[in-house]
Design a protein around this ligand. Sequence first.
Ligand code: FAD
Ligand code: MLT
Ligand code: ZN
Length: 475
Amino acid sequence: VTNETVLAELVAIVGEPHVLVGEAAQPYLTDWRNRFTGKALAVVRPESTQQVADVVRACVEANIPVVAQGGNTGLCGGATPDASGRSIVLLTTRLNRIREIDTANDTMTVEAGCILQMVQESAREAGRLFPLSLGAEGSCTIGGNIATNAGGTAVLRYGNMRDLTLGLEVVDAAGQVWHGLRGLRKDNTGYDLRDLYAGSEGTLGIITAATIKLFPQPVARCTAMLALPSVEAAVALLARARAGFGAALTGYELMAGRCMQLVTHHYPHLRLPFEAASAEAPWFGLLEISDSESEQHARDRFEAVLGEAIECGEADDAVVAENITQSRALWHLRESITLAEAESGKSIKHDISLPISRIAEFVALADARLQERFPGVVNITFGHLGDGNLHYNVGSSEGFSGSDLVAKQDDIYALVHDTVSAMGGSISAEHGIGQLKLDELGRYKSAQEIKVMTLVKKALDPRCLLNPGKVLQAY
Ligand code: FAD
Ligand code: MLT
Ligand code: ZN
């Protein structure tokens, strides 16, 4: 089968305007961080599950790999094809319908290409909350969120994307559709296929729709930014917040002072809400609770716990948002770190998780080891402390250039990931593996786990045509 024949077949399935080649395909061939650029036969934009199934069948028959892509905001190069030019990129953004909102069941059925923010807004209009929340929410898609099992800033209270997903519709490597859009909270009928596809990064099937969980809108929210003396203090304050707020604790983020300096340097219109001394704190926390009683109830609880934390020296200062605008401004500071970090040049990103009890020890040890081996690198550490998940990123400085940093990526990975692994942690908490961490997975996942994962992959995708070379080595 020639490329021309396949392209003609794809045009027949989705229509000519939706088979992009040449210049029109370029924006979809480089990842968000500009770390990977690939080539593709075409970028294909189906608009229905049937079209996805037809596209996959046509590609499989012609031995053409299929790389699923949603918003292309992934941080591990998972949605970028390889350099061979053999693959097609299957763009899901035209699968953008909300199929159903069932308020009695607190579920919503949405197509995979729906943008996360649009899903949040639709839930809000129906008087419900869809809680997944992350910096890329204006561009990332539900399909991408499920395929990467995205986390974000509300996992502490609501769980990650896998926990928020009840049912799926998936096109497999044979172009057949699994109609699994069940809105059931209990279903023990054998192996859980939802769990298999969540986090599979386009390597086991193309997700075309999902039934996801909704929650009541909280009556009140309180947000505070805290100036913290140390990571130990941040961990102690987390325990206090858990005990004091229980299930109302929605988010607990940690940010090194350097992260806030990057944000205010690159976006001078953004300001830290503290006076001079506190604005120079080594660490900051962002804490949010959601209350189901009243604004006053929330505020009283909030101020009591924060007051105790300051008395005990766990926090040096706290700024409580007075209204939703102020709360958004605090979150905006936090959500701007990724962009400010990207503006500041090359960095080596880590997305690690550890038992929360070992986080402070990890930061101290890894910081010391890094300075010993790579003097002059800087730490850009932030993350979802409430989940034990840190973005323990390493940046350049005048003493350690960006190009040196990239040249040393493997050594820096090894140092950080060896430290994480020795403490019982994970080398990818929420971003996935993609192509960026393929070798790292081979290093840190046990042989037994890799064997079982490979058996699953070969059973579901015997010709290795679904996103080859991502998560597992291509065969
Ligand atoms: P893409 O980037 O298009 O794809 C990601 C992977 O999923 C690829 O392997 C792709 O092949 C696969 N895929 C996409 N759609 C499908 C589908 N329909 N079926 C099968 N496979 C599919 N992540 C977090 O977990 N927490 C955060 O807090 C967070 N914050 C971020 C902030 C910023 C500024 C940015 C740029 C990214 C952030 N991310 C975060 C990364 C995160 O993985 C993505 O934002 C999001 O989950 C990916 O969605 P996407 O639609 O862009 O997927
Ligand atoms: C975040 O927590 O902001 C995201 O995971 C993005 C990042 O790590 O840069
Ligand atoms: Zn994150």
